[in-house]
Design a protein around this ligand. Structure first.
Ligand code: 1HN
Length: 321
């Protein structure tokens, strides 16, 4: 027989029951409205590179990576202050000429897209120097050591994408500083499974056929080194293209790499140009319009949802309830 020292079996009213179980860190399930914690708290949004660039110019005068680990500006959403979408966070980062940002590693997987990056800018991943150029995508998969350096004479601006909000949500965000702070370069890679150079992506886009669903333009998936949590793809939209609207349970971050246009997310139009980010939260309808020839980079949490059996893609007519 279980005994009930706190008197939970003997109370006479519901209020007494609530009072009796509260100090036990328990609550009555029926006090919560069914569905009240359903998803849908993340807002569609758009962040401008010119705003991120301006903030980083100021940050460049006010803070150094020695003090801050990283000089970055996070793109936040009212759905969660530390994330851009529920599983993903995006940030603009600046490394000034001559600067280095310490090496560290974390369980979160990360990648970068070069924006304004001159010569002599690189990330050191597990001792390997990976040079970054504009529009290159450079991976630092989960638990790889990584630090950044700018040996050139131009400020380097890029975008970071991480799955850290997902890792935190399942209590799996572990962070470790590199012993001594700075990892030495032991090897310089000409090519690397972690780098998608823009000249290769551009050539692949030029050769790609328009996807028959009309949702993605001419699409190239960057999957030489597939990540467990993020799917990366580049989408070339020829001038005047309007993609076919769809909604998906995946969370999608679109970055304008080239050109101008707009994305319509859940009926809201967000204009974009190079370096701008548009966030399409799970379940929201989405399509894009390109004014001139344009390229969009998409970072999606599709592989994560696929693995747990929750990836659903719906056409425009239906919506995810
Ligand atoms: C991080 O480690 C980097 O290593 C960039 O460059 C952005 C945003 C949130 C958490 C960790 C980097 C980050 C980050």
């Amino acid at each position: 027989m279980l005994s009930s020292p706190a008197g939970t079996a003997t109370v006479e009213t519901l209020d007494e029951l609530y009072a009796a179980i509260e100090p036990l860190s328990m609550d009555a399930g029926w006090r919560r409205t069914p569905g009240a914690r359903a998803s849908g708290t993340f807002e569609p949004g758009r962040w401008r590179y010119r705003d991120g660039h301006g903030a980083l110019e100021s940050a460049g005068r006010l803070i150094s990576p020695d003090l801050s680990e990283r000089r970055n500006i996070l793109l936040t959403n009212s759905g969660g202050p530390d994330s851009t979408l529920v599983t993903l966070v995006c940030a603009y980062q600046l490394v000034l000429p001559g600067e280095r940002a310490r090496s560290h590693r974390h369980t979160a997987g990360a990648l970068r897209l070069g924006l304004d990056v001159g010569a002599g800018v690189y990330t050191i991943v597990d001792g390997v120097r990976l040079d970054m150029h504009p529009n290159d995508v450079v991976l630092t998969p989960s638990w790889c050591w990584h630090g950044h350096r700018n040996d050139g004479d131009q400020p380097a601006y890029w975008l970071d994408y991480l799955d850290s909000p997902f890792c935190r949500s399942i209590d799996q965000y572990v962070f470790e500083p590199f012993p001594g702070g700075y990892e030495d370069v032991t090897e310089t890679a000409i090519t690397s499974p972690y780098v998608y150079p823009w000249h290769e992506t551009k050539a692949a886009l030029a050769a790609a056929a328009v996807d028959p669903s009309g949702r993605y333009g001419r699409c190239v998936v960057l999957d030489r080194t597939p990540l467990d949590t993020m799917r990366l793809s580049m989408h070339a939209l020829d001038a005047g293209t309007r993609t076919v609207a769809f909604s998906t349970s995946a969370n999608n971050l679109y970055t304008a790499v080239e050109g101008r246009g707009r994305s319509v997310i859940d009926g809201r139009a967000f204009e974009w140009e190079r370096g701008d980010i548009v966030a399409a939260p799970s379940g929201k309808s989405q399509y894009h319009e390109a004014d001139g020839d344009a390229v969009l980079f998409c970072v999606s949490d599709e592989p994560l949802l696929e693995r747990i059996g929750l990836l659903r893609t719906l056409s425009e007519e239906k919506s995810i309830g």
